[in-house]
Design a binder for this molecule. Structure first.
Ligand SMILES: Nc1ncnc2c1ncn2[C@@H]1O[C@H](COP(=O)(O)OP(=O)(O)OP(=O)(O)O)[C@@H](O)[C@H]1O
Length: 578
């Protein structure tokens, strides 16, 4: 980011002025008379529940959408972008919720697509100034989503923009990555640039932001300098009810624990924990999920998963913590069937699904919420109803042939209401939903599996507003209470501590022995395991506890899962020094 001229006159000109912006999609008014000002030298946070209009605002500033009415001014001059190239020409860079990288190319090849002069110098400069280094030779498809996000952020910074727009950038980052990004935002603002940061995390807002605007139902619900907007004023503006009404377990997930005003909430954490119910005798298999000695090797022989073992009991919620890139992505990919393990077995109930087809996994009762649900979890061009019943459309076929669309719509309507999914209707294309509402669709679909023996979810509350986080936690607890095993991979340690019965830590492709999140020093112990302390001992200790299971084969072995394409291994990141 280039330093801005420091003349007093220049300092008074806002970086961005938005006046009375309105944008509708058919009958949906996504933005309604929205005005806001972003001063240069500041981080301006835009907050609001799922579907409030935040991304639409970003798209209007970034030129990928045009407003119906309203005007924008950039550094004092009229600004009316009609296409993204106009925004780039005006030195605005954006990082969207969904990645725009070409997965089959390397990081370096993706950067070269920007066609920027002096690319090597720019890459070095971003690495020096912001500490954002990249492995230019790594293939994007092989990178965990957090690293892909870092590539997107570097891409934006390479342009040396005057205004940087970040649409929920930290959802896919682990705490270390989040911290680095927030520092980057701060540094940009301190050097005279301007940042618009869209986030659901109030802790991030408190640590990084200078000013905020809260959107609700497409309108400005409030805003101003954050010094005058403590959390107890922001939360009601965002969700229409007071912070006191929130489940204490939520406070960590949305970052409230970092706000001194609300620390007392965290003391209550634990009061609403799920309690492991007695598993009825007729549950299939000895446990809901058994992962035994799973190994996934890269083409260079390094281990992305290195003999990882894990067991989730019926009615139990088990969390996987860890710094990103320590095998969590590969574990979910193996469970979802997009990657075949080199060694080891996976069983759901009493069914071996190690090499099962997606259909066989579903039939065995395994629901999977993948890490990158936009690409792997849904089909954006299909309707919401089709996405809700993906893989189960057969239940709506009449005479084995015709799809009873009315019945499907009726069923979808019920799910939309039950899960508070904000969509015009079941026929709306998935691509027209806000990011958080897409996430709710994927979760609703996987939770509705019948039978649901085990749900494996990566970052289940990523991108969800505080109300939706509350609902998702409740649903996962309900699924466990009904006897399903729930495996949650999350970069939010607070979320895992609040939600789980046991937490294991991924480190260099291994999983530690479980930690009881209710023990007094659980956070510190997990933190040490995340940095590798005692990981070897712990992994050794846990290995014999999961014996190689004797299992039945899936019902239809006719179509074995495709072997995973050869991939380059990702070297786990060097753990940060404490
Ligand atoms: N291309 C589109 N076609 C139709 N409706 C759309 C389209 N894009 C957005 N919408 C609707 O506009 C409203 C605002 O969506 P937007 O994505 O801006 O919300 P958001 O605040 O970013 O939500 P989230 O936090 O879930 O990402 C929603 O009702 C959404 O369904």
């Amino acid at each position: 980011m280039r330093a801005r001229p420091a003349s007093p006159a220049a300092a008074r000109v806002p970086a961005l002025e938005i006046r009375r912006l309105t944008k509708s999609f058919g009958a949906v008014r996504a933005l309604d008379d929205v005005s806001l000002v972003v001063e240069s030298g500041t981080v301006h946070c835009v907050l609001g529940e799922n579907g409030a209009g935040k991304s639409t605002l970003c798209h209007l500033i970034g030129g990928s959408l045009a407003p119906d009415t309203g005007t924008l001014r950039l550094y004092g001059k009229p600004y009316a972008p009609r296409r993204p190239a106009d925004a780039l020409a005006a030195e605005i860079a954006m990082v969207h919720q969904h990645f725009s990288l070409v997965p089959t190319l390397t990081v370096g090849e993706n950067l070269r697509l920007l066609r920027l002069p002096d690319l090597a110098r720019r890459v070095d400069r971003v690495a020096d100034e912001y500490g954002l280094t990249l492995d230019l030779g790594a293939r994007v498809a092989d990178l965990p989503v957090g690293v892909r996000q870092r590539v997107e952020i570097v891409k934006a910074l390479l342009r040396e923009p005057r205004l940087l727009l970040l649409d929920e950038p930290t959802g896919v980052l682990d705490p270390v990555g989040t911290e680095a990004l927030l520092k980057t935002c701060r540094r940009i603002a301190d050097r005279g640039g301007a940042v618009v940061l869209i986030t659901h995390k109030l802790g991030e807002v408190a640590r990084t932001g200078d000013t905020a605007t809260v959107l609700r139902g497409g309108r400005v619900a409030g805003g101003g300098p954050l010094a005058e907007l403590p959390a107890e004023r922001l939360v009601p503006l965002m969700i229409g009810r007071s912070a006191d009404s929130l489940d204490p377990a939520l406070s960590g997930t949305i970052g409230l624990t970092e706000l001194t005003e609300l620390t007392e909430l965290t003391e209550l954490t634990g009061s609403s924990m799920s309690k492991t119910p007695q598993a009825p005798a007729d549950r299939p298999g000895p446990s809901a999920l058994r992962v035994h000695a799973l190994t996934v090797r890269g083409t260079d022989g390094t281990h992305a998963l290195d003999g990882a073992s894990l067991e989730v009991g019926h009615g139990e919620i088990v969390g996987v913590a860890g710094v990103e890139g320590n095998g969590q992505s590969e574990l979910l990919a193996v469970l979802g069937g997009s990657r075949a393990p080199d060694e080891g077995t996976v069983a759901v109930g009493d069914t071996d699904i190690t090499r099962a087809t997606p259909r066989q996994r579903t039939d065995a009762g395994l629901g999977v919420v993948p890490e990158d649900r936009h690409h792997d979890g849904c089909v954006p061009a299909l309707s919401v109803a089709a996405n809700l019943f993906l893989g189960r459309l057969g239940q709506f076929r009449r005479a084995g042939l015709f799809l009873d669309r009315r019945a499907m719509r009726r069923a979808a309507d019920g799910v939309l209401t039950a899960h508070d999914i904000r969509a015009e209707g079941p026929d709306t294309p998935m691509s027209a939903l806000s990011g958080g509402n897409q996430q709710k669709v994927v979760l609703a679909r996987e939770l509705a599996l019948d039978p649901l023996v085990c749900l494996a979810a990566a970052q289940p509350t990523r991108g969800l507003d505080v109300g939706a986080v509350h609902a998702v936690h409740s649903r996962m607890r309900e699924a466990a209470a009904r006897g399903a095993g729930v495996l949650v991979v999350s970069s939010e340690l607070d979320e895992l501590l609040a939600l789980c019965d046991r937490v294991v830590v991924a480190y260099r492709g291994r999983l530690s022995a479980p930690v009881d999140p209710h023990e007094p020093a659980a956070r510190e112990r997990i933190g040490r395991l995340m940095l590798g302390a005692a990981a070897e001992d712990s992994a050794r200790a846990s290995a014999p506890t999961v014996a190689a299971p004797t299992l039945t084969a899936p019902a239809d072995p006719a179509t074995p899962a495709d072997p995973a394409p050869p991939t380059e291994a990702i070297t786990p990141p060097t753990p940060p020094t404490a």
